[in-house]
Each structure stands twice: as C-alpha cells, then as structure tokens.
Design a protein around this ligand. Structure first.
Ligand code: BEZ
Ligand code: FE
Length: 289
C-alpha cells in the first residue's frame, strides 16, 4: 500500500507493481502509461466530480460502440492519435506515397470493376476522371496491383449511410492496374462531410467549438505482392476544410488538383462529356522489408 500520497512515490510504486510482468513489451507499455497518466493527473489536478465526468465520458464512448460503429476509434481520430499511429507505422520515406487513416467506411467489400468504369453510377453530378500509375520506389511499374477505392458522393454521403438511396457498392471499386501499372476510373467529385456527431465524440467537438468536417477526399488501399500495403486518400485541392480536417489526416503531398480538361479528345478517350475535371495520382509503393 502507498505510504503517502506523494505523487512521485505513488508513481514509482505502481510502476514497481508491474516489475514481474513476463511480457517485456507489456511491462514497457504499462510503465510508460503509468508515468504519463500520473503526470497528466498531477498537471490537471481534477476534482472528484471532474474525474467522475471523465469516467462517465469514457464509459459512454464504449457503450456507443456497435458492430458498425467504433466510437473509441473516432475519439482516437479527433485527438490526432490515429494519425500519429498511422504515421509511426507507415515508415514513411520521401520516395513512397504518404499514408493516412483508414477511417470507418471501409466496412463492405468493394465491387470488382474494370479500368475506366464509372465507380459512382448512382450518384448525380458531373463525371470526373482519376488516373495514375502504380510503381515501386525504383520506378518499376507494378502491374496487377489491387486498388480498393471508396468515396462519398456529391452531397457528402457514403453508400452505407443511405441504404434507402444508394446501393452498397456505389462509390466503391476494386480495380487492377494494367500491364504498365496504370489505372483510371470515372466518378463524381465527392463533397466534404461531417464525422458522426451523435455520440460522446460529438459532445467533445461541441464543447470545444470544433467543427466535425473532413475535406473532400477519395480513399485508396493498394496491395501488391512483395510491397507494403498502402492506406491513403487523395484530397481535392480547394475543398472546404482542407486546412482544418477534423481528424488531422491531410498531408500536403496528398492534395491533388482536379484540373478542368478542355480537350474533347481526352473526354472521348475516357467516355465523359467535355469539359471534365481530371485528377492525377501516381502511387509509389515501398518493397516489403
Ligand atoms: C473517413 O474518411 O472515412 C473518416 C476517417 C476518420 C473518421 C471518420 C471518417
Ligand atoms: Fe472518408
């Protein structure tokens, strides 16, 4: 039992209580957690009521989780922790494409589609084209890479959020890069949208006068044998909230201009009315280590 409430002595005693943990990594994590958590509590010096409020908030965050909703991940997202973990694990190198968070909407299997298909056939709005090439950091093209794509529509809704309006699979595709590593698809330019705000995370945003919006983006998950899996998005340059993403996931290298293409032959080539907006995204994968 602790002899007194001297902060440092108490912290040391709790750290010592983990000294027989045989899993070394677990002991390291618990030691660091105890040290930082105690320092945080000393810094904040919460009243009993505030501590109870924190316990209640975390309890309700857990209670809000279901098979299709993960409020704890959302909490991690809005605190910037998901982005920190993603960046630490992405082992980013200047040559490879930057990664960013997966998000909660990769919850259904994307339909296999052909290169050039419209991946948002049920969505209203002008068609855009996204094209690019998948290659290794040494420049070699990567054929037959699996490119999983998912996006919101022009009103900012994913298919799974509107079961009465959109079929599952609208705004999604599983494509394969061609023999030269190239890919292209037609779609609509998505709109910015709010993360779910009807739970404890929404309360946190409201209490801190933070908005819940994510700038317009298209998700990509790219896999190819022998290469590290890449989870990323492209962000549409000029989108609202590009400088204040609610989940801190924007990286400058991922912001892409969707330029207005005036060349009628290009429109014909892609099977879209002229003029159209064209986003280009070359994806560079790192070899598996
Ligand atoms: C998303 O982009 O799908 C997303 C990411 C983090 C939190 C909520 C949504
Ligand atoms: Fe998203």
């Amino acid at each position: 039992m602790a002899e007194n409430v001297d902060g440092d002595a108490l912290t040391s005693e709790v750290v010592r209580s983990f000294s027989s943990t045989s899993d070394e990594r677990l002991r390291q994590i618990l030691t660091s957690l105890t040290t930082h958590l105690h320092a945080f509590v000393v810094d904040v010096a919460p009243s009993i009521e505030e501590w109870e409020q924190a316990v209640d908030f975390l309890s309700r965050t857990g209670q809000a989780c279901t098979d299709v909703r993960q409020e704890f991940i959302l909490l991690s997202d809005v605190l910037g922790v998901s982005m920190l973990v993603e960046t630490l694990n992405g082992q980013e190198t200047p040559e490879a494409t930057d990664s960013t968070v997966l998000g909660p909407f990769h919850m259904v299997e994307s339909p296999a589609r052909e290169l050039g298909d419209d991946i948002s056939p049920e969505s209203e709005g002008p068609r855009c084209v996204v094209s690019g090439r998948i290659r290794a950091v040494d420049g070699t093209p990567i054929p037959n890479a699996a490119i999983d794509i998912w996006q919101a529509d022009t009103k900012g809704f994913y298919d799974v959020q509107q079961p009465a309006i959109q079929s599952v699979g609208n705004g999604r595709a599983l494509l394969r890069s061609d023999a030269e590593g190239r890919f292209h698809f037609r779609s609509v330019i998505p709109m910015h949208y709010p993360i779910p705000t009807d739970g404890p995370v929404g309360e946190l945003l409201k209490a801190t006068s933070r908005h819940p919006y994510r700038p317009a983006h298209i998700h990509f998950l790219v896999t190819a044998p022998g290469f590290r899996e890449l989870t990323t998005h492209i962000f549409i340059a000029g989108s609202d909230y590009i400088d204040s993403d609610a989940v801190f996931a924007v990286k400058g290298s991922l912001v892409k201009d969707f330029v207005q293409e005036q060349d009628g032959q290009e429109a014909e080539r892609y099977g879209v009315p002229s003029p159209f907006r064209h986003g280009h995204f070359d994806i560079v994968l790192h070899p598996e280590s």
